[in-house]
Design a binder for this molecule. Structure first.
Ligand SMILES: C[S@@+](CC[C@H](N)C(=O)[O-])C[C@H]1O[C@@H](n2cnc3c(N)ncnc32)[C@H](O)[C@@H]1O
Length: 220
């Protein structure tokens, strides 16, 4: 795949995509983190998702190895894995391609592994999570952008997805600006604050708890 779409895009947005070989060499530096389904990654200028796609492939390969005989556990953990990947890009077309790529990888693996146990509902849950996690926004101003890349009045909001009690998924929403502001002592972990810190800081926006297959039924 070409690393450049046009000279104009390079000049305007610094858009040069990273080649697969370099992506994998960099991911090898954090190889163990790429195996854990719940290890979170944020790419603040994700382009069409070269890093996030490669991380997702690694996580799903590991899940397939681990849950060879249990499609149900695979399904649950595959939802956790997709919920662990976050991206922001200012170019709307990149965001669309990134979302489609992630879903394509996720769905191909899900269908191959869960076969007749795969469900439409779980696919919709995965799509919903991807649409929330991959955001068309400006990573410098921390605001969502319109189709021309101009800031809107909506802040970038990240959802923290946490599997609780076996099958329940908790979604907690925070603005990116608050997470960064309150986050200076957490060694780069976006959601590393304690519950008390989050609520005391007033940065907690809303929370939903649902079955992991039904996250799409609550909130936008
Ligand atoms: C050098 S490319 C890297 C893409 C991808 N990370 C990769 O390695 O293949 C930079 C990306 O940053 C995006 N970008 C530029 N300014 C941005 C901003 N202020 N906020 C978010 N994304 C931005 C561009 O649209 C482009 O997709």
């Amino acid at each position: 795949m070409s690393q450049i779409k046009s000279k104009e895009r390079v000049a305007e947005r610094g858009e040069v995509f990273t080649a697969e070989r370099e992506v994998n060499a960099m991911l090898d530096l954090v190889a163990n983190e790429c195996l854990r389904p719940d290890s979170r990654f944020l790419e603040p200028a994700c382009g069409d998702g070269n890093f996030l796609s490669a991380i997702l492939k690694r996580k799903l390969t590991e899940l397939r190895r681990k849950y060879k005989k249990s499609p149900r556990d695979y399904e649950k953990q595959a939802i956790v894995a997709i919920g662990s990947l976050y991206g922001v890009d200012i170019m709307n077309d990149n965001v669309e391609v990134c979302r489609e790529r992630l879903f394509g990888i996720w769905d191909a693996e899900y269908t191959a592994h869960c076969k007749s146990e795969a469900s439409h509902e779980t696919r919709e849950a995965a799509k919903f999570i991807i649409n929330r996690n991959i955001i068309n926004g400006n990573a410098l101003t921390l605001m969502c952008v319109d189709a021309d890349g101009n800031d809107t009045s909506a802040p970038i909001v990240f959802s923290e997805w946490t599997l609780i009690g076996g099958t329940q998924m908790q979604r907690s929403d925070y603005t990116m600006s608050d997470l960064l502001l309150y986050n200076d002592s957490s060694e780069g972990n976006l959601f590393a604050l304690t519950e008390e810190q989050k609520e005391e800081g007033g940065i907690f926006l809303r929370r939903y708890i649902t079955h992991y297959k039904k996250v799409q039924d609550y909130g936008e």
